[in-house]
Design a protein around this ligand. Structure first.
Ligand code: APR
Length: 256
């Protein structure tokens, strides 16, 4: 793995000559939009105990507390705007014959930037799921109260059952269909771009191994080293919102 001191032209060539691209993003991709990451010094898990706010046990113990945390996160997301990194990733979709963006993020900034060839593997902050009938509902337009109390917790429009945020919590399984799709694309890609993830959770998904096994070049965009950096052929130690548009601008003017 070369570190961030590498020949820029080699990196641009890797982007320009790729055919099948697999992008894997984490909370760092939304940092420049003003949304917090989880494990950095000012991260969410420093403010909220994940065992209280991101487990089914925590939800059952105090659903009002958990729903109000997710309500405040919805308000944060609503006020955030996609940054140049999100926008660049959306622009990249049509350049390649095969492209999939897999995000761990539950915000909607990739979608609002225009990304369509994407899957969310940790759920969606704008969805709720019924604990009775498992129905999934978009809550973006729900006129939720400023603050939930037990009596006003969201109920299923189908069956009236209790609902929970449609987020994958610790100790829970990912959607098998989504994971299969992501793993397939990781195993056929010739370029994997890892953006803004510590790899603390995703390391178990093996996407980088699958990409490596297929001989893919791996580029990581992250100001700090993480658990996936060891797989990177190129480590761009810069914020994604700056690095992605800069790189992409050079790719678009690349002379084959
Ligand atoms: N550009 C790129 N990367 C950045 C930026 C930036 N501007 N700012 C921070 N980062 C990097 C940090 O260096 C860190 O490596 O983003 C990463 C964020 O790591 P985490 O906080 O661990 O977030 P993430 O990797 O997305 O966590 C994965 O863990 O708790 C669960 O479900 C949660 O989806 C989340 C998962």
């Amino acid at each position: 793995m070369s570190n961030s001191i590498f020949l820029q032209k080699d990196l641009i060539e890797v982007f320009a000559k790729a055919k099948n691209v697999f992008v894997f993003t984490g909370a760092g991709a939304s940092k420049e939009s003003g949304l917090p990451t989880f494990r950095e010094i000012d991260g969410e898990w420093k403010r909220f105990d994940p065992m209280t706010f991101a487990t089914m046990e925590g939800f059952v113990h105090d659903p009002v507390l958990v729903w109000n945390m997710y309500r405040s996160r919805q308000k944060q997301i609503a006020q955030a705007q996609p940054n140049p990194g999100h926008i660049t990733l959306a622009c990249m979709e049509s350049f390649y014959s095969d492209f999939l963006l897999v995000t761990q993020n539950v915000d909607d900034l990739h979608e609002r930037a225009g990304s369509e060839k994407m899957v969310k593997i940790h759920g969606d902050a704008w969805q709720m799921r019924c604990l009775e009938c498992s129905g999934i509902f978009d809550v973006r337009d729900q006129d939720f109260p400023e603050e939930f109390v037990m009596e006003t917790l969201p109920k299923c429009p189908n069956c009236g059952g209790f609902c929970r945020p449609n987020i994958v919590w610790f100790g829970e399984y990912l959607c098998a269909e989504t994971l299969c799709l992501a793993t397939h694309h990781a195993s056929i890609c010739d370029l994997m771009i890892i953006v803004g993830t510590s790899g603390e959770v995703s390391n178990g998904y093996g996407f980088a191994e699958f990409a490596c096994d297929n001989g893919a070049k791996i580029v990581e965009i992250n100001p700090t080293e993480g658990l996936l950096t060891e797989y990177a052929d190129f480590w761009v130690a810069e914020p994604a919102g700056e690095a992605l548009p800069r790189i992409w601008g050079e790719v678009l003017s690349y002379e084959f």
